[in-house]
Write a protein that binds this ligand. Structure first.
Ligand SMILES: *[C@@H]1O[C@H](CO)[C@@H](O)[C@H](O)[C@H]1NC(C)=O
Ligand SMILES: *[C@@H]1O[C@H](CO)[C@@H](O)[C@H](O)[C@H]1NC(C)=O
Length: 351
């Protein structure tokens, strides 16, 4: 686990709403509870799921919650992929049930009953074992046992500039600039949740129509249901999609030197940005990759899924592949395309 923790520490600290993939060797021994049934999913799960907590840090005061899904192909030889949803503070259920994981929500209007799950034919767990990790503490079902006061942060002046700029762009959907904008119910203040489920439901009523439009917010109902939390062996009552109240200090600075270190040591990387994503625009990604001064091996071209253009790709020296396509949460929007991309990449094929 130490190697894995090291990777988490390198990658967790400095991402703003990025989805991070870390491939590690499949020798991780995970000890948790096997989950055979999930509320909302009919019948026994057709894949192997384990959930649990792993204590990290001083006296293991930080309890990280994870979902481990065994590869449905060949778990002995398939890679192990760790999924961290960014933020920081966004829950990994967004990976588990939003396009890359083995289940997804049935897109129906919320009727007050538990949202229903179905299998995801494009799950990346068909080709890799996956750990979906709620990290850092305070994210999803992960928590800290002690209150660690850490005053955040510097950069407040630039935050204000940023806020100002945002108010110029208020009516644009930053996750997909071509789609209509809608409120992010995950960004609600935590005190709305003090009465747990009934309060959650009252609050959500307002968003029912929007939920029907995207289906995404069904996760919020599901994850706050008592039966779900019992099935998952969760030791924390409240769940929010993204916890925006983390006492979090960004002290790692730029991650570009980490990329440089890892790639010059021979690690392959696949870096993905949405074409229509204004949160992590591909132009910025292209810019920092260019700053590494790696020669281009295979210049811009389309990458294709079932005869259609799914995005664009460019390959650099040091086994670094850059790909674009879709919006911010690409696997949710384009699950089949993203699975193809990932499948090609882990099997050493060009995209
Ligand atoms: C958000 O994170 C803080 C700090 O870890 C924690 O105290 C709080 O309970 C978290 N909120 C939720 C809803 O998980
Ligand atoms: C990169 O690697 C060098 C040499 O191994 C090391 O001194 C440096 O701290 C590393 N930088 C980062 C950001 O990991």
């Amino acid at each position: 686990m130490d190697k894995v923790r090291g990777l988490f520490n390198s990658f967790c600290g400095n991402l703003f709403l990025l989805l991070v993939l870390v491939l590690v060797r499949p020798n991780l021994a995970v000890a948790g509870s096997v989950v055979k049934f999930l509320p909302g999913f009919e019948g026994p799960l057709p894949f192997e799921l384990e959930t649990g907590y792993i204590g990290v840090g001083e006296s293991e005061d930080v309890q990280f919650f994870y979902y481990f899904v065994k590869s449905e192909s060949n778990p002995q030889t398939d890679p192990l992929l760790i999924w961290l949803t960014g933020g920081p503070g966004c829950s990994s259920i967004r990976g588990l049930a939003s396009g890359i994981g083995p289940v997804k929500f049935q897109r129906v209007l919320y009727d007050g009953t538990l949202p229903k799950l179905m299998t995801n034919p494009y799950s990346w767990t068909k080709v890799a074992s996956m750990i979906f990790l709620d990290s850092p503490a305070g994210t999803g079902f992960s928590y800290a046992r002690t209150a660690k006061a850490s005053q955040s942060t510097d950069l407040q002046a630039s935050e204000h500039n940023y806020e100002f700029l945002r108010k110029l762009i208020d009516n644009i959907n930053p996750e997909h600039v071509l789609k209509p904008t809608c409120p992010d119910v995950s960004r609600k203040p935590n005190n709305l949740f003090s009465g747990r489920r009934s309060t959650v439901e009252t609050f959500y009523k307002k968003f029912e129509e929007l939920d029907a439009a995207t289906g995404e917010k069904l996760i919020d109902y599901w994850a706050n249901d008592m039966s779900v939390q019992e099935a998952l062996h969760v030791g924390k009552a409240l769940w929010v999609g993204c916890n925006h109240s983390l006492p979090y200090t960004r002290d790692a600075g730029s991650v570009v030197p980490y990329h440089a270190n890892l790639s010059t040591k021979g690690y392959r990387s696949l870096i993905y940005s949405g074409d229509y994503d204004m949160i992590s625009p591909y132009l910025g990604t292209e810019e920092w990759i260019r700053s590494l001064n790696y020669p281009i091996i295979d210049d811009w071209r389309q990458w294709i899924h079932q005869g259609q253009v799914a995005g664009y790709t460019r390959t650099y020296a040091n086994k670094m592949t850059f790909a674009t396509g879709a919006g911010h949460v690409a696997p949710y929007e384009k699950p089949a395309e993203c699975r193809s991309m990932f499948g090609r990449w882990i099997s050493y094929q060009p995209l």
